[in-house]
Ligand binder design. Structure first.
Ligand SMILES: NC(=O)c1ccc[n+]([C@@H]2O[C@H](COP(=O)([O-])OP(=O)(O)OC[C@H]3O[C@@H](n4cnc5c(N)ncnc54)[C@H](O)[C@@H]3O)[C@@H](O)[C@H]2O)c1
Length: 244
C-alpha cells in the first residue's frame, strides 16, 4: 500500500515496488493519475489496484487496506508517503488553516495509516513492514514552514513508538529522512518562496536534488525482507544533508 502514489516519490515507489515483485495498492486523491499509473504497471505485467482517497479520512485509509486484502490476500508492506509542505512563511505569519492542514495531512494521515495497517498486520502470521516518509525537516529547521517541520518531527515519534510497540509481532516500522527531491511539491514550494534549487541543497554533501527513484529504492529496501534487522530506524536519504 503506497499513499501519495499519484506523483513524485510515491509514483516512483509504485514502479520500484512492482519491479521488486510486489502487487501494489495505489492511494492518493487524483484518480486520473492513479489510473494512468496502474495502467502502465499492468501493461508491464504487474498488478496494481487504485483507491482514490484522502489520508486525513480514516475511512478512506481503511478502504485502501480492505482493497489490499480483497485483491491480494495480505498487506505485507506499506509506504506512508502522502504529504504536503511549503517554504517561505515565518511562524507568526502562518495562517491557522495552514497549520491545521499541514498537521492533518502529515501527522493525522500517517496516524490513520498506521492504525489501519497495524490492525491488519496483527492478524497476519507474517507481520509486516511499514515505512513513513519524514524529511530532513524531521530533524532540523530546514526553511520549511514551522508546521511542516513540527509534523515531520512527529512522524519520527509515531515511527519509533509503533516500532517499539509491535516489534514482538513481527512488524517493522521505519522512517525515511528525505532530502530535497525533484518533485511537484518541491517545485511548487520553491516557486512560492522565490527560492532556487541551489538554496535548499547548499548544505548537503552531494549538493544536488534527489531523483524520486533514489528515495523509492530506499523505501523498497526497508519494506523488503532484506531489511529484516532494521526497525525504529530514522534512515537518511538526503545526499548527506544530516551528516554535516
Ligand atoms: N520533494 C522533497 O523535496 C521532499 C523532501 C522531504 C520530504 N518529502 C516528503 O515526501 C513525500 C512525498 O512528496 P513528493 O515530494 O513526492 O511530493 P508530491 O507533491 O509529488 O507528492 C505528494 C503525494 O501525496 C499526495 N497527497 C497529498 N496530500 C494528500 C492527502 N491528504 N491524501 C492523499 N494523498 C495526498 C499527493 O496527491 C501526491 O501523490 C511527502 O511526505 C513529503 O513531505 C519531500
Amino acid at each position: 500500500m503506497i499513499t501519495g502514489a499519484s506523483s513524485g516519490i510515491g509514483a516512483a515507489a509504485a514502479r520500484c515496488f512492482v519491479e521488486e515483485g510486489a502487487s501494489v495498492v495505489l492511494m492518493a486523491r487524483r484518480e486520473e493519475r492513479l489510473r494512468l499509473l496502474a495502467g502502465e504497471i499492468e501493461e508491464a505485467g504487474g498488478r496494481a489496484a487504485v483507491v482514490t482517497g484522502d489520508v486525513t479520512d480514516q475511512a478512506d485509509v481503511e478502504r485502501a487496506v480492505e482493497v489490499a486484502l480483497a485483491e491480494f490476500g495480505t498487506l505485507d508492506a506499506a509506504f506512508n508517503n502522502a504529504g504536503q509542505g511549503t517554504l517561505g512563511c515565518r511562524l507568526h505569519e502562518t495562517e491557522q488553516a495552514v497549520f491545521d492542514r499541514i498537521m492533518d495531512v502529515n501527522v493525522r494521515g500517517v496516524w490513520n495509516c498506521l492504525r489501519a495497517q497495524i490492525r491488519t498486520m496483527l492478524t497476519q502470521d507474517t507481520g509486516g513492514a511499514i515505512v513513513n516518509t519524514s524529511s530532513t525537516a524531521g530533524l532540523f529547521a530546514t526553511g520549511a514552514i514551522a508546521p511542516y517541520v513540527a509534523a515531520k518531527h512527529a512522524v519520527l515519534g509515531l515511527t519509533k513508538t509503533a516500532a517499539a510497540e509491535y516489534g514482538d509481532h513481527g512488524i517493522r516500522v521505519n522512517a525515511l529522512v528525505v532530502g530535497a527531491t525533484r518533485t511537484d511539491m518541491l517545485a511548487t514550494a520553491l516557486e512560492a518562496a522565490g527560492r532556487r534549487e541551489l538554496d535548499v541543497v547548499a548544505r548537503a554533501i552531494q549538493r544536488r536534488l534527489a531523483d524520486p527513484v533514489e528515495v523509492a529504492r530506499a523505501a523498497a529496501w526497508l519494506c523488503s525482507d532484506q531489511a529484516s534487522f532494521v526497525t525504529g530506524g530514522v534512515v537518511p536519504v538526503d545526499g548527506g544533508y544530516s551528516a554535516v
